[in-house]
Write a new protein. Sequence first.
Length: 206
Amino acid sequence: MALDEVPAEQIQAEDEASIAAEACGRSYQPSLELLLEDFDWGFAIRRATLALVTTDRGNEWAYAYRLPSDLSRPRFILPFGADEVSSSAPVYPVAGVYRGFEGKWPFRIAGDRLYTNRENGIFEYVTNDPEVSTFTAKFARALALELASRIVMPIKKDRQRQGDLIKAAEVARERAKADEMNRDRETIRDFIPDTQLARVGVIPWQ
């Protein structure tokens, strides 16, 4: 798809000895990571029980965890821990009370560690290595245009075409993000002030 946009002849194999293949191989992962770091794409969201490590910020955070190797974008430390999960589904301490409040547990990332006061933490994040088969059509289009904007100069040496592709990639990325947001509409929780939530006891740690 990216080579069609350049335009350039198709390659027969990713490791073939050609300028196009080398440019695609060099630029694919950076193009993918740019998009993944820009938004919380549903198909790329993962959950993991993190490995506990010694905290060097004990006065600030009770626990430190090693970050997953495929982290692209952090989302939440979930309001339940690994000890409260049965199979792949969380067991909420109070029926449904934490549902929709996943982002309220504070954490800090520094270096290769995540700091938090949550024991047995489960980390929700965007991976930098999602399955290609799960890409939405608009995301794939945005990725192809981003890749095309990076490989056009090594292949064609055409700065004007590069400028056109950069603009097209930006538009495609915003369209893909809008499509993703339409798939996951806001809940009523997004419009309730934290002070009101704390008064009724649904944010117990505040």
